[in-house]
Design a protein around this ligand. Structure first.
Ligand code: NAP
Length: 514
């Protein structure tokens, strides 16, 4: 059998539905939303609600329960700095352990009374006269002075435009919606895609399926993973001596930072060295030169996300696994037909085809000042001031917004930098008695120009590949083009000259005038 899905969240009694404007409404209870809620509570904001469309907390780690799902960042580095967990069981934690960690945060920080699960936001409109957000959800309307989106970007499955896909009569599902009711034993299973999700699924299910056909369009660069269990003695040490855990985390952080600092965001000598290391990994694990050739990427390492795995290549050498590298012509009711007419009969077809980032970000219609629609404001290019705030959208903040994802280090560090930035904005609102805060268009444009300068000539543009990091025009709109330290520096203290600050009395005047 495949991995069991994560156990359902322990029932959290729904928070009482607010009947007056909230100080803070957070959308999403993944890493971002939970971090925001915890730190807001700790900074004295108690009138807050987190709404989550799913029936449990955890975001991507709640949804992605596919066999083999795990994180590519070491667990100690992937945890929130203010909510450490000394007893991670492995260097790289699996999905069940990460999901349990996130569920545990609800009890640990007493978030239950601030949490409304199975509540999908369907739209949000800024009410300038009252200086608050009017938010529609499928449980009813809400109002909030400040709206923070922790919606994330990787939850809208990208379904491939392959002719006949929906004529397939076997089991068909995306990795993020794994159907655990389907018994894979002795079945003919096809997987489309060779990204981070697929290369975890393949070794996890290959031993149990009858036959596995992996449909590869572009081979990934793969590096060794070196995953190890963390035994009870180390766990006890980390429990007794937090400094040891912090030191390990710091080393893990610095090693990854060095990669960005040393210039992995450009094609360089280091790119060649890393490519050589990856080819060595491939040579050691795949004996057949023809198979190796088909697994050798035709673009520069770092252009797409670099994957880490010790068991993906060996799984491909199994007698019950076929790597198919020709283009797919069509999906038929009983399998997949290749461009040259060869047919793979299948019982199960898994789409490991990733996520539609643009659709994820624009999923909820958000209408800002003067009727400005977020999707339209992003017509030219998806962008935000520091990746967090948007001109024309007062009191609205995004966590893990445009160009703040990472390929080289723990994205949790980015989330924390953003949460503190938002809290600094909220503290300033309280200190100066402001009704609204938003970045100036000029500051946002300067920020974007700076970003574009950093991105010019970067490996995502020059590396010879296409990836989900890019928009339709080929621009990287997903990743931060620098070190985490550089981002943390940029986020440490907001520069108030970059913001329009509206005093609360302005709100009163506007209300009286209207
Ligand atoms: P992904 O990286 O976008 O990979 C999608 C795969 O599907 C690619 O191999 C792509 O091929 C292929 N594909 C898409 N459309 C296709 C089509 N029409 N025909 C054939 N092949 C097609 O998606 P993912 O693997 O789900 O990963 C998404 C992101 O989630 C990752 O980059 C990472 O940020 C995160 N993630 C992280 C982990 C982890 O930490 N271990 C695990 C899973 C996901 P091309 O390359 O040719 O486009």
């Amino acid at each position: 059998m495949t991995d069991a899905p994560a156990p359902p969240t322990a029932p959290v009694p729904p928070a009482p539905w607010p009947d007056k404007p909230l100080d803070l409404l957070v959308i999403g209870a993944g890493f971002s939303g939970l971090a925001m809620a915890i730190r807001a509570r700790q900074s004295g904001i108690d009138d807050l609600l987190v709404v989550e469309k799913a029936d449990g907390v955890g975001g991507t780690w709640h949804e992605n329960t596919y066999p083999g799902a795990a994180c590519d960042i070491p667990a100690h580095l992937y945890a929130l700095s203010f909510a450490p967990k000394p007893d991670w069981s492995r260097t790289y934690a699996g999905q069940p352990e990460i999901a349990a960690y996130l569920r545990d945060l609800v009890d640990r920080f007493d978030l239950g009374r601030h949490l409304s699960l199975s509540t999908a936001v369907t739209g949000a409109v800024w009410d300038g006269a009252r200086a608050l957000w009017r938010v529609e959800t499928d449980r009813g309307p809400l109002e909030a002075r400040v709206l923070v989106s922790g919606m994330g970007a990787l939850h809208h499955p990208a379904l491939p435009a392959i002719p006949g896909l929906h004529t397939f009569l076997g089991s068909l599902f995306h990795t993020s919606g794994w159907d655990h009711g389907v018994d894979l034993r002795a079945r003919r299973v096809g997987i489309i895609g060779t990204g981070a999700s697929a290369i975890q699924v393949v070794p996890a299910i290959a031993p149990e399926v009858g036959h596995l056909t992996l449909f590869q369009r572009t081979p990934p660069w793969v590096m060794p993973r070196n995953d190890r269990p963390i035994g009870p003695r180390m766990q006890a040490l980390f429990r007794r001596l937090p400094a040891a855990r912090r030191a390990l985390r710091e080393v893990q952080f610095r090693v990854r930072e060095a990669r960005a600092a040393l210039g992995f965001i450009r094609v360089s000598r280091l790119t060649r060295l890393a490519e050589a290391a990856s080819r060595h990994h491939l040579r050691r694990q795949v004996a057949d030169p023809a198979l190796r050739a088909r697994l050798t990427p035709p673009y520069r390492l770092g252009c797409k996300r670099v994957l880490i795995s010790d068991d993906f290549y060996p799984a491909l050498a199994r007698p019950n696994v076929t790597l198919e590298t020709d283009p797919i012509r069509t999906v038929t009711p009983d399998g997949v037909t290749m461009a040259d007419g060869r047919h793979h009969p299948l019982d199960v077809l898994v789409l490991a085809t990733g996520f539609d980032v643009t659709a994820s970000l624009a999923r909820v219609p958000v209408v800002g000042r003067d009727g400005l629609i977020l999707a339209r404001a992003w017509g030219e290019r998806v962008a935000a001031h520091r990746g967090v705030a948007l001109a024309g959208f007062p009191n609205f903040f995004m966590l893990l917004g445009p160009n703040t994802g990472l390929g080289h280090n723990s994205v949790v560090l980015m989330i924390e930098a953003q949460v503190e930035y938002v809290l600094a904005c909220l503290a300033e609102m309280r200190a100066r008695d402001l009704s609204a805060i938003e970045p100036t268009p000029e500051a946002q444009a300067r920020d974007l120009a700076d970003l574009e300068a950093r991105l010019a000539g970067s490996i995502w543009q020059q590396g010879g590949c296409a990836s989900w990091y890019q928009d339709a025009a080929g621009r990287n709109v997903a990743l931060w083009p620098g070190t985490v330290l550089a981002y943390q520096r940029a986020m440490r203290v907001p520069d108030w000259s970059e913001f329009v600050l509206t005093p609360a009395r302005g709100r009163t005047r506007a209300a009286q005038e209207s």
